[in-house]
Design a protein around this ligand. Structure first.
Ligand code: FE2
Length: 334
């Protein structure tokens, strides 16, 4: 068996600056995350980048302390190369380059979406799932096929998480999980635009329509119930289609919105009909985190997917199907 190596991973695509230290055998030694919270509204990229710069040095030291290792024990430095906000991505990339040069260790450019999937597989034990990756900035239905995570469905406009967060903020109750919590007191579902095209979804019309219902004076609890039920039904329907198409027997939910209790209920009911098993990433690894970047970096290190500092550009629009997922056929089990 190959010698165990240790990878430091840095996450900085949006609001979270994260540091993870993970071994190539899948031991998570540290997962330290700092989350930027805007005073109002959505994320301001430059402010978030400033937050990340401020916590950068402290974060590396804290992760090393928690892992109980010295910097010399690090065998590779991974960073989130995208997708994400340019100014935020550049903070993580700059830090990773500097550390890789200083320690004279390989640099690993990780796709943020692939990292959500891989940490989900590691901590839940799912082997070959259809993945629903749902978060503030992403809505994707994907599965591994012929060396890559193929995109079966995605949002044509805003992400599911973004739709519910924006609704909550506009309605004055705050982002998720607040709309879902309020929905529990809802009694009536009002019809809202339900836009599913094949395995793709669209949420922006739905958001506008839900806000209109509020303006008309419909009870906020009922609007929350209407919008959450509609968003979750759309996701469940498209996921079911992808499950039938790929003939896989596992479903994995990853990303911040995987914390939703109601969405999980709906997906579990659907999975039952297909004899499929549902895995949900635990809350600690659902949102953006450093451990997911470190673990995916470790998989890349094992498969020789390292890059030179000169070619380590950030890619704000990095798609998961651009990544060659070499590690999935390393020994047939990973
Ligand atoms: Fe994310």
């Amino acid at each position: 068996m190959a010698e165990e190596k240790i990878v430091l991973g840095i996450e900085s695509t949006a609001h979270t600056l994260g540091f993870g230290i993970v071994s190539t055998t899948g031991k998570i030694l540290a997962n330290v995350n700092y989350v930027y919270k805007p005073k109002e509204g959505g994320i301001h990229p430059r402010e978030a980048a400033q937050h990340h710069s401020m916590h950068a040095a402290r974060g590396v030291m804290e992760a090393l302390r928690r892992a109980g290792i010295s910097p010399e024990r690090i065998d590779g430095v991974a960073f989130s190369a995208g997708p994400g906000m340019g100014p935020c991505l550049r903070v993580g990339a700059t830090l990773a380059r500097a550390l890789a040069l200083k320690l004279n260790k390989p640099l690993l450019a990780v796709n943020h979406g692939v990292a959500h999937i891989e940490i989900g597989r590691l901590v839940t034990g799912a082997r070959d799932p259809v993945v629903l990756y749902i978060a503030g900035g992403n809505t994707l239905i994907t599965a591994y096929l012929d060396g890559r995570y193929r995109i079966f469905g995605e949002t044509l406009d805003i992400a599911a998480g973004n739709c519910l967060d924006a609704f909550g903020i506009e309605a004055g109750i705050g982002p998720m999980p607040n709309p879902e919590v309020k929905a529990r007191e809802g009694r009536k579902i009002h019809p809202l635009p339900y836009r599913v095209k094949g395995m793709d979804v669209s949420f922006s019309g739905l958001l506008t329509a839900a806000l209109k219902l509020l303006k008309k004076g419909i009870r906020i609890e009922d609007v929350c119930l209407s919008i959450t039920e509609t968003v979750y039904s759309m996701l469940t329907e498209t996921l079911e289609r992808a499950l039938a198409f790929t003939e896989k027997k596992e479903i994995l939910l990853v990303g911040g919105l995987a914390r939703s209790i109601r969405l999980r209920q709906m997906i579990e009911a659907m999975a039952k009909l297909h004899d499929a098993k549902v895995y949900v990433v635990p809350p600690e690894y659902a949102g953006d985190n450093g451990a997911m970047i470190a673990w995916t970096g470790a998989l890349q290190l094992l498969s020789g997917l390292v890059i030179r500092v000169e070619e380590s550009v950030v890619k704000p629009k990095f798609r998961i199907d651009e990544v060659e997922v070499k590690w999935r056929n390393l020994n047939g089990s990973k």
